[in-house]
Design a protein around this ligand. Structure first.
Ligand SMILES: [Zn+2]
Length: 263
């Protein structure tokens, strides 16, 4: 989830009880990450190591330069405190487990310690790394990449939940892939679960099938970074492939078969 905000923080919301402070004790600083947590973190926490390593993974896979712009990560000790903080400070935000907030001067991630904290942090911190380098990244690509990189390292973005979800919808004839439709989305709050899943599928197809497709994605990100508003990727993909919608469905079928073999 990405939120770009120029909206001033709402101060002193009456009626919501005592003001919730942000986690303030800095527990971890490495490369771009500044982690503030309610909970004491061991120095070599595996998740934090993984989040740091992601910076290099993203740069290597997408051929993007690394930025030094800090990403502040706020980790609340529980969901209640996190929710109260959000209500008081960002009442306009949709209800999500975690989010990434970008304004003119800062990149921030908010999350809480819970069952999904690892996945949530991998996802939101990916937004931070991407926006530090490609500030105008298109929404679908931003979310597709965050979904790809929310999967633990070494699994090459193999997102079982999305494979299952998309396969089910395709079989019921309730979904047909369309990259041009995804490219037209501009409001993160209006992205459905299916939009997230499809964005992930296109990213996975581009990164994990043919080297020339991966290069196409790398070139697109380079253009997005340099020009701010590049011609949509679907134009280049269609020129290169021709029947990319059939191919992406074929890719989904292969992934679905691979998943069945695991069981
Ligand atoms: Zn996201």
């Amino acid at each position: 989830m990405l939120i770009t905000s120029a909206i001033a923080l709402v101060a002193g919301c009456a009626g919501l009880g005592r003001r919730v402070e942000l986690p303030s004790e800095k527990q971890f600083e490495r490369e771009q990450l500044r982690v503030f947590s309610d909970v004491e973190l061991p120095k070599n926490h595996r998740l934090l190591e993984e989040l740091t390593a992601r910076r290099r993974d993203i740069a290597n896979i997408l051929l993007l330069p690394m930025s030094d712009e800090p990403i502040q990560v706020y980790l609340f000790d529980d969901e209640k405190r996190y929710q109260r903080y959000l209500k008081q400070n960002h009442p306009q935000f949709p209800n999500r487990r975690a989010f990434f907030l970008k304004n003119d001067t800062e990149l921030k991630v908010f999350a809480y310690w819970g069952e999904f904290v690892a996945e949530d942090l991998r996802h939101e911190v990916t937004h931070g790394y991407l926006h530090a380098t490609v500030p105008n990244i298109p929404l679908w690509l931003d979310e597709g990449l965050a979904e790809y990189f929310e999967i633990p390292r070494g699994e090459k973005g193999f997102h079982r939940q999305h494979i299952y979800f998309l396969t089910k919808h395709a079989k019921q004839n309730r979904w047909h892939p369309s990259l041009t439709r995804l490219e037209s989305l501009v409001d993160p709050a209006k992205m459905s679960q299916l939009d997230y899943a499809e964005s992930w599928l296109w990213v996975h197809y581009l990164l994990e099938t043919k080297p020339e497709y991966r290069k196409l994605l790398q070139d697109q990100l380079a253009r997005d970074r340099m020009t701010g508003k590049a011609k949509p990727l679907s134009n280049f993909l269609h020129e290169l492939v021709g029947d990319e919608q059939d191919e992406v469905i074929g890719h989904l079928v292969e992934l679905s078969n691979a998943m069945k073999k695991e069981q």
